[in-house]
Design a binder for this molecule. Sequence first.
Ligand code: FES
Length: 502
Amino acid sequence: MNITIKLDGVDISAKRGRLLSDVLSLHGAETEMPCGRHGKCGKCRVIAHGMLSEPTANERMLLGEEAIGNGVRLACLTRAEGDCTVITQKRSESRVLIDGEMPELEIKPTFSGYGVAIDIGTTTLAARLFDEGGRRIADAVASNPQGVFGADVISRMESALKGNAEGISKVTVEACDSLIGMLSESAGISSKEIGGGVITGNTVMLHLLTRTDVEPLTHAPFEARRLFGEVLTASELGLCSLGAEVEIYLPSCIAAFIGADTTSAMLGSSLAQHERSEILCDIGTNGEMVFSDKGELFACSTAAGPAFEGAGIRMGMVGRVGAIDHVSIVDGRLCAHVIGEVKPTGICGSGVVDAVACLLELGIIDETGYLEGGEAEISDGVVLTQEDIRKVQLAKSAIHAGIRSLLISAKTDISKVDTLLIAGGFGSYLDTDNAIRIGLLPSELRGRIRSVGNAALTGASMLLLNGELRETAKNTVLKVQVRELSGDQVFADEYIERMMFE
Ligand code: FES
């Protein structure tokens, strides 16, 4: 039986007994759930009143009686037993990026009924439901629950090798099942009407999903046990929201650290199809980049560290409510914008880039990266430290040097590059002038930098809607010339040179 939940002032209908965390995800109200909805982190707080399940022992322990008395609850532990009111952050205040423009496409679906495309990102999962006619029916996003096993791919692989491989796979499959459940409910269909799917992600994500041994990925010469480009059934993957025989396509990875998400993003951004010279760059913990020189393809991956993902720096956070996302100089002083217009609790990647650019402009950081006073307040107690600046220097020089080395190895001058395409959420919110100011991106590319949104999900959707593209993508991957940067003298020289601010 359905009940009514007033969610941030809007009446919605839901099944009695549903977890509030499911309701929030289904309706796009982004709430942090870093422990993967296991009732352990205490972060998924909402204010809820009405007919709700009794507070659990974990809620009492994590929240305390006083907060519970004031209506604070943990969304992942609270069920809506009848009509109720829930207050949380609204979708507009979060910045999980799902959009990406789909290139023109002939619809030749690989499924009957409905099809689902999923991108397993290191921090976020994004999914999209289509019908046979290629119409986009619903979108859903969720945090990657692997976060409890480690913040980045390296620590998650270490955790897998210590005996958690089964557990990591299980939470990943469950997260995919939960996204499929949300999409189906949103579309008013049964998930059993979904006749096919595509799941993309980086090489490590696909290894962890499929319980493939990650050991060869953890040490030189960094080899993948499996490069995918294959179909598995839902039952082989362990997905129980779908019929057992439903086929799921996992696109080809290019190399150990250039994954199927890059393959999908190449497709989603039409990279290899242009008679142009373009670079596609996904700036994450690893900067993955592909250069298409009028169709001739070169790729590399560079370890940037998580500074631009809002991790690894003292007050870093992802781009959610409370994060400083933009900083400018007004009347000679720093002026910060905070997502959700609330008191800031941290700073996300785009904010870090702006803040460093502004501190350079004000002379508070010098060209060596020395930060006057060792600490700079950006706004309301949110600071960047000297150590943070050093991490930003390492990250920005890794990305910048990666781009230049890739072009040098392709024997192309940077002046010949038509466009730099930035994939993923970070690129969409990045102030490119400030990115150039701090030396993250080459100044020669000013005016030629464009964001392509979540191109990996766009590409996965295309592989779902036109089966012939799978062969095309596979052939494209075979043509990519992978450049190994570790041990490359050109890269090493560029890396040192780009460390300074100019
Ligand atoms: S998501 Fe961690 S307690 Fe709910």
